[in-house]
Design a protein around this ligand. Structure first.
Ligand code: ISE
Length: 335
């Protein structure tokens, strides 16, 4: 069969997912699109055969032919859409963050727990990136010994005008919060956020870059440099330092060109380009699983854990000290 998808949110990510489901992925079709901006919803829906536009997410989720929901609205709108989808027993792919804070993320965890089965996949798409997968397989294989440290760099060419100092953590470093937990198979127990004197490239008042240190329950340390106005392109790098060796990803993508007495390559302009394959693989995996009545990939527990780490990070940034992460006990559903 074909999976009928309601896409909630027709912004940058929502519109891109509509394109992906419509033209890249097989096995699914976009049946409904919702956006608070009706014009925007209509513009996106008009490009897709058999797709209806809505302003109310609940109406799109309840629309005929909808078997699954892709949530790509702003974070504060996620909980309502998730609650609606869970009430209807529909599988969901929810863009990060699951919800903006740990308390609301925990409510979603509890709702899923009450259902007794997983329905939600969270859009931590780096878990589907070929380089990340290779690093994960290497670490899991154990050939390099135990991972001692992770060094991560996350650079965006520029930040959107509404970006705040909190968003460097909640919107950007949230990917490393998940990647660190996933790569190491450990929970993050404490966060320290430090800030150098801001870059002259950063908009007035934005504390960019920031430097974040995670401690984990397995005794590892992970650092993250987040710099969202680096100008030169989009760059995401990770290096694992293990007992018997190191492994690095994100240094070069694709082709190396030599000409005019220089050698070099190019840097992707943004995350859509850098992680294009990862986004495709993520949505394909979600659709394939949903067609078999299954849900795989990062779930509500991962979304909740990232939200809890994020809260600790925001407190650390505000208070200038190390802050411990508070997690409830992990429900058996997520073992
Ligand atoms: C954005 O929301 C993302 O998810 C990107 O992956 C990240 O690089 C960017 O900094 C965020 O704003």
């Amino acid at each position: 069969g074909t999976l009928g998808v309601a896409v909630v949110g027709a912004g940058r990510m929502g519109a891109d997912h509509v394109r992906r489901i419509d033209r890249v992925i097989s096995g699914a079709r976009v049946a409904a699109v919702a956006d608070v901006d009706g014009e925007r919803a209509k513009a996106v829906a008009d490009g897709v055969a058999g797709c209806t536009a809505y302003t109310d997410p609940a109406a799109a989720i309840a629309a005929p032919g909808v078997d699954a929901v892709l949530v790509a609205s702003p974070g504060p709108a996620h909980e309502a859409a998730l609650t609606e989808a869970l009430a209807r027993g529909l599988p969901v792919l929810c863009e990060k963050p699951l919800t903006p804070d740990a308390a609301s993320a925990l409510r979603v965890v509890r709702a899923e727990e009450r259902l007794g089965r997983r329905l939600v996949q969270v859009g931590f798409m780096r878990r589907y990136d070929a380089e990340y997968l290779r690093l994960k397989a290497l670490l899991d294989g154990g050939g390099l010994g135990r991972a001692l440290m992770l060094h991560q760099r996350h650079r965006n060419a520029s930040s959107p005008p509404w970006f705040t100092g909190e968003m460097l953590l909640a919107d950007s470093v949230v990917h490393e919060m998940d990647a660190t937990r996933w790569l190491l198979g450990q929970e993050i127990t404490a966060v320290t956020v430090m800030r150098p004197r801001p870059s002259g490239n950063a908009p007035e008042g934005l504390d960019d870059p920031q430097f974040v240190v995670f401690e984990t329950d397995g005794g590892a340390l992970a650092d993250v440099e987040i710099y969202v106005n680096c100008r030169f392109g989009y760059q995401v790098q990770a290096e694992a330092v293990c007992e018997n060796g190191t492994a690095r990803i994100g240094d070069a993508h694709g082709m190396l060109v030599s000409t005019g007495g220089r050698w070099g390559g190019s840097i992707a302009p943004g995350f859509e380009e850098r992680f294009e394959d990862a986004y495709d693989r993520q949505v394909r995996a979600w659709v394939d699983a949903a067609l078999c009545g299954e849900v795989t990939g990062p779930g509500c527990w991962d979304g909740y854990a990232a939200a809890a780490v994020c809260e600790a990070g925001l407190r650390s940034r505000a208070e200038g000290r190390r802050v411990e992460v508070e997690l409830v006990e992990r429900p058996a559903l997520y073992d």
